[in-house]
Design a binder for this molecule. Sequence first.
Ligand SMILES: Nc1nc2c(ncn2[C@@H]2O[C@H](COP(=O)(O)OP(=O)(O)OP(=O)(O)O)[C@@H](O)[C@H]2O)c(=O)[nH]1
Ligand SMILES: [Mg+2]
Length: 317
Amino acid sequence: MSLLPGVLAGETRAIARLLTRAEAGAAEAREALDAAYAAAGRAHVVGITGVPGSGKSTLVAKLVADIRRTGRRVAVVAVDPSSPYSGGAILGDRIRMAEVAGDPGVFVRSMATRGALGGLAHGTLEAVDVLDAAGFEVVLIETVGVGQDEVDVARAAHTTVVVSAPGLGDDIQAIKAGILEIADVHVVSKCDRPESDRAIADLRNMLALDLATSRRPLWRVPVLPVASLRDEGIGALREAIDRHREALDAEGGLLARRREIARRRLVKAGEDILRERFSREGEERIAALLQDLVERRASPRAAARALLDELAEGGTR
Ligand SMILES: Nc1nc2c(ncn2[C@@H]2O[C@H](COP(=O)(O)OP(=O)(O)OP(=O)(O)O)[C@@H](O)[C@H]2O)c(=O)[nH]1
Ligand SMILES: [Mg+2]
C-alpha cells in the first residue's frame, strides 16, 4: 500500500512508517521517496550543528516551541541523537519535556548514526524530503559536527546554525571541528555561564577578521548568546533564522543554494548507488579480481573500471 497520500496529507503515522521503511532500505520505499522529493521544496531547512555536548538538543527543543508559537509546523531530524561521550540527552526526551509534547504540528525523528552501507547524508536528506512534502514549514536537522558526513548534512540546509559552548577549551571548538566557516548564524550556548562572554567576544573577533575576505557581503553572520535552560535568546535566534531565509530570497541566493545542494545530493546519491552495488553484486567479482591485483596483472583503477563496466551491463537501478 502506498503511504504517499497519507504523507502528503501530513498524517503522522504514514510519515513515521515511510521513514522507517526508508531507513531499512526497503525497495518499495524508493518510489515513495522519489515522489516525496518531487512534492518537496517549500520547507525552510535549517541545520543545527556543533561539537558533542554543545547544547544542540536542548536548544532545538526550545526553538521548536518558539517556532510553533508563530503558527508554523515544524519537524526535526536528529542525526546521532546522543553521543555517549558528551552527556547529551536523546532529543526525543528533551522534546517530551518541552511544552510541545503531543502537538501534532511537531514531528521528531532520530536517525541511526550510519547505515551499514554508509550514506548518512543521503538517508537524512531523504527524511527531510518526506517531512517537507508532508507540509512542515520548517525542518530542523541536528547533527554532531565531527565528521565530513555530518558537515555535508549541515551544508545541505538553507540556513546553518553552528552552536558553540563556552569553556570547553581555549580555542573555539567550531574551528577544531572545521565547521566555523559553514555558519550562517553562530550561537554561543549556555550563556548562563560566566565564560560565555569570552566565547562571544572570540567568535565576534574572528568573524570581523573573516569579514575582510567574505564572499557573502549581503549577510552579516550574527553571533547570538543563548541560554536554553533559562529560555533566553531563543526568540532572537528564531528571528535571525527567518531573516537569513528572507535575505537568501531577496538576493537570489536561495536558487544558488538549491542548485549547490542538488549538485551535492546528485553526487552523493551516485556514490551510494555504487557502494550498494559493489557490496551487493560485486563481491564475487571483487574476489576474482583480487588475485590479479596481488600479482600486479591489473592496477586497482583498471580493475575497478572493469568491475564498473560489468555492473553497468547488469542493470540500471
Ligand atoms: N548551564 C547550561 N547547561 C546547558 C544549557 N543547555 C544545555 N546544557 C547542558 O549541556 C549538556 C548537553 O546538552 P545537549 O542539549 O544534550 O547537547 P547536544 O549538543 O545535543 O549533545 P550531543 O547530541 O550529545 O552532541 C546537558 O547536560 C545540558 O543540560 C544551558 O543553557 N545552560
Ligand atoms: Mg543532541
